[in-house]
Design a protein around this ligand. Structure first.
Ligand code: 5AD
Ligand code: SF4
Length: 480
């Protein structure tokens, strides 16, 4: 599962889009409305996949003659790309919808559409619950947007929440939104077949399917030629990527795909998210080790450190098995950064289970974690089978303990790097000062360092020596 941002607790801005996601949503790219008669505004919540999907939606709308605007007040069409992963994510969307309602009352003809996981989960019910909404579109139905917008323009409420077994939007070139021009997300597969018992995603995003490898390689090559220097290959479970190229009788696994993208250029960094511990293979680990431009960083959600809870979660691995995987990663890629997703307070979790999660964190020495307390989701296996019996205050207290341990681990990990030199890809000015650059190491750590006299620019690689750190950021200087 790829990382979610709308209500996560994050300890640093390791995530590619964190800067623009801090307000929980981001307005789109450059105002390009001059060329277009009508304007759309799109706001995205949740995971990186949703942000990538919004770029597909933008591409479809451009073809229909809609230009993007960053200003919701001047839009003719407002879309909100939603997340259902936890209850809080849905509440955030509902709050935002009430703000759009005010706009709608002011502007006749303004259309409001709900996209993504909440649209899929609630379907036409959303139209009853949120009277201002005109259009409801699930994640596999974006190609029907032109028809739906037209219908809605004629006063008809329109809904398409059909899930597909094939749709990958492979032939649609995403319009890069609010891009830094250096890093980009590339979707390689959609859906999830895993059925973790707490998770709503298999219901909202449907069955797993892989995008043709050639179209992924082409998109990454085009990005490189446009000046991008880092791609993050996205999927709910990238390690189960599987594509058969019938013309050449070739089976492309995730490891092979990673290699194909790595070979585009040594100057193009490759990241990926997310791995399921049960599926990440040695072949993937050896590919990471073999290519310098495949980043030494793996997001390996653990969810819980207790075998009993992992079983109830239907994660299909035990505590020991996960530990062996961490050892294998460190053996094959000694300097690999590792991060995790962790849930506290899942059904029946007791103090002993919780202690096992804390000790797992110490064992794995995560550089970074996304941490949540359990939020029961309607329709999931856990909701049907188990009682959500851990009181909220205990869920929150355990979450706080998990966060404290992670804070310590992140700081320790950063302190260990002081004095070492890293190859940093410059992403832009630092948030605090335009006399400093911000970039990342292969392990995904954020580095901030003075620009100095040398004429570097965004997208350049530069050797930086780490001099100091906070819990979230490495501070350094360009080495001679
Ligand atoms: N409650 C809390 N956290 C959840 N996640 C997924 N479903 C839930 C839920 N019902 C977390 C998992 C997943 C991450 C993206 O979100 O940790 O890996
Ligand atoms: Fe990730 Fe499991 Fe949800 Fe699939 S079911 S998206 S693997 S948490």
């Amino acid at each position: 599962m790829i990382d979610y941002v709308s209500d996560k607790i994050s300890l640093n801005n390791r995530d590619n889009h964190d800067e623009k996601r801090q307000g929980e949503a981001y307005a789109p790219f450059q105002n390009d409305t001059n060329q277009y008669a009508k304007k759309f505004f799109i706001e995205s919540y949740g995971c990186a996949m949703n942000f990538a999907d919004s770029e597909i939606v933008a591409s479809i709308l451009h073809k229909e003659g809609f230009g993007a605007t960053k200003n919701e007040n001047e839009a003719d069409l407002i879309f909100i790309n939603t997340c259902s992963i936890r209850e809080k994510a849905e509440q955030t969307v509902r709050k935002r919808l009430t703000e759009f309602k005010k706009l709608k009352n002011k502007k006749k003809g303004l259309l409001v559409g709900v996209l993504g996981c909440m649209a899929e989960r609630l379907k036409a019910k959303l139209l009853e619950e949120e009277k201002l909404v005109d259009i409801v579109v699930g994640p596999d139905a974006y190609r029907s947007l032109p028809t739906l917008v037209e219908e809605a323009g004629n006063g008809q409420k329109s809904v398409n929440v059909l899930l597909s077994r094939e749709e990958t939007y492979a032939d649609i070139s995403p319009v890069r939104m609010d891009s830094n021009g250096v890093t980009a997300f590339v979707s390689i597969m959609r859906g999830c077949n895993n059925m973790c018992s707490f998770c709503v995603v298999p219901f909202t995003r449907g069955r797993e399917r892989s995008r043709p490898a050639a179209s992924i390689v082409k998109e990454c090559t085009d990005l490189f030629n446009e000046g991008y220097r880092e791609v993050t290959l996205l999927g709910q479970n990238v390690d189960s990527y599987h594509f058969i190229n019938e013309a050449e009788n070739e089976t492309i696994t995730f490891a092979k795909l990673l290699e194909k993208v790595a070979l585009i250029s040594p100057l193009l960094r490759v990241r990926f998210s997310t791995s399921h511990p049960k599926d990440i293979t040695d072949e993937v680990l050896y590919t990471i080790a073999k290519y310098d431009n495949v980043c030494n960083y793996i997001h390996l959600p653990v969810q819980s450190g207790s075998t009993r809870i992992l079983q109830l979660m239907n994660r299909t691995y035990t505590r020991e098995w996960y530990k062996a995987k961490v050892n294998r990663i460190k053996e094959i890629i000694p300097d690999c950064g590792i991060s995790a997703d962790i849930i506290t307070g899942f059904c029946t979790e007791d103090e002993e289970d919780h202690q096992q999660t804390l000790s797992m964190m110490q064992f794995a020495q995560y550089d970074y974690s996304y941490m949540f307390y359990y939020s029961e989701r309607p329709g999931t296996l856990a909701q049907k089978r188990y009682e959500d019996d851990v009181p909220l205050e205990i869920k929150k207290r355990r979450l706080q303990e998990v966060v404290s341990v992670q804070n310590e681990l992140s700081l320790q990990s950063n302190q260990k790097d002081i004095g070492k030199t890293f190859n940093i890809l410059i992403e832009g000015d630092s948030k605090k000062s335009d006399t400093d650059w911000m970039g990342r190491s292969s392990q995904g750590k954020v580095f901030v360092f003075p620009k100095g006299e040398q004429p570097f620019k965004k997208g350049d690689y530069v050797l930086v020596k780490a001099l100091d750190c906070t819990q979230g950021t490495m501070l350094g200087e360009i080495t001679k």
